[in-house]
Design a protein. Structure first.
Length: 170
C-alpha cells in the first residue's frame, strides 16, 4: 500500500485540524481526499455530546459524520465512487465509545473502528490509506483497545491503517 501524500490543499487542511485539536484536545477531526485530487477534499470534526446529529443520540464522531455524508461526496464527484481514499485522523478510531447506530440506510456496529471497517468493506474503492496522528486516549494511556481498534483492519488487503509517525517525519 501507498502512504498518504501530504501535499497541497491536503497538507493545509491537516495543518488546520492540527491547530484546532491543539486548542480543543477533546476534538477529533479528519481530512479525507479522493483519488489524490485536492478538489475532492473534505474536513470533518467530531461534535459535542449536545449536538445529536446522528440518530441514536450521543456525540457524532468524525468517522460517523464521514459515513453520514458519504452519499453527498459521491454526488459532488458526479455520482462516482472513488478508487483511492486517503483519510488522516487526529486520533485512531475508538473501539467502543461510539454506540451502534442506524444511519446512512443501514445498521452500524459499536465503535468507530468497526464502522470505518464496515465502510471500507462496503465501498468499491480499492486503495484506502488511513492514518492517525495519535492513538485514541493516548493522553491517558495506550491500551489494548486502542491497538485492537487498529487491528480490526488486519487482513483487509485494500486498507492500510497506520500511525503517522511510523512512516512520516514531522
Amino acid at each position: 500500500m501507498t502512504s498518504i501524500r501530504l501535499n497541497g490543499a491536503f497538507r493545509d487542511a491537516v495543518a488546520d485540524i492540527t491547530l484546532a485539536v491543539a486548542q480543543d484536545p477533546n476534538l477529533v477531526a479528519l481530512v479525507m481526499r479522493w483519488n489524490e485530487d485536492d478538489t475532492l477534499l473534505w474536513t470533518l470534526n467530531s461534535l459535542p455530546n449536545g449536538q445529536n446529529t446522528v440518530p441514536g443520540g450521543g456525540a457524532a464522531h468524525a468517522e460517523e459524520a464521514l459515513i453520514v455524508n458519504w452519499a453527498g461526496y459521491v454526488a459532488q464527484n458526479n455520482g462516482n465512487e472513488p478508487d483511492t481514499v486517503e483519510i488522516l485522523l487526529t486520533k485512531s478510531p475508538c473501539m467502543d465509545r461510539s454506540p451502534a447506530r442506524q444511519m446512512a440506510g443501514g445498521a452500524w456496529a459499536p465503535g468507530c473502528s468497526s464502522k470505518l471497517r464496515q465502510l471500507v468493506l462496503a465501498k468499491p474503492a480499492n486503495d484506502w490509506r488511513i492514518c492517525f496522528l495519535t492513538y485514541y486516549q493516548e493522553d491517558i494511556r495506550i491500551d489494548a483497545q486502542a491497538y485492537g481498534a487498529v487491528a480490526e483492519f488486519t487482513g483487509i488487503a485494500k486498507a492500510d491503517v497506520y500511525l503517522w509517525a511510523d512512516r512520516h517525519r514531522g
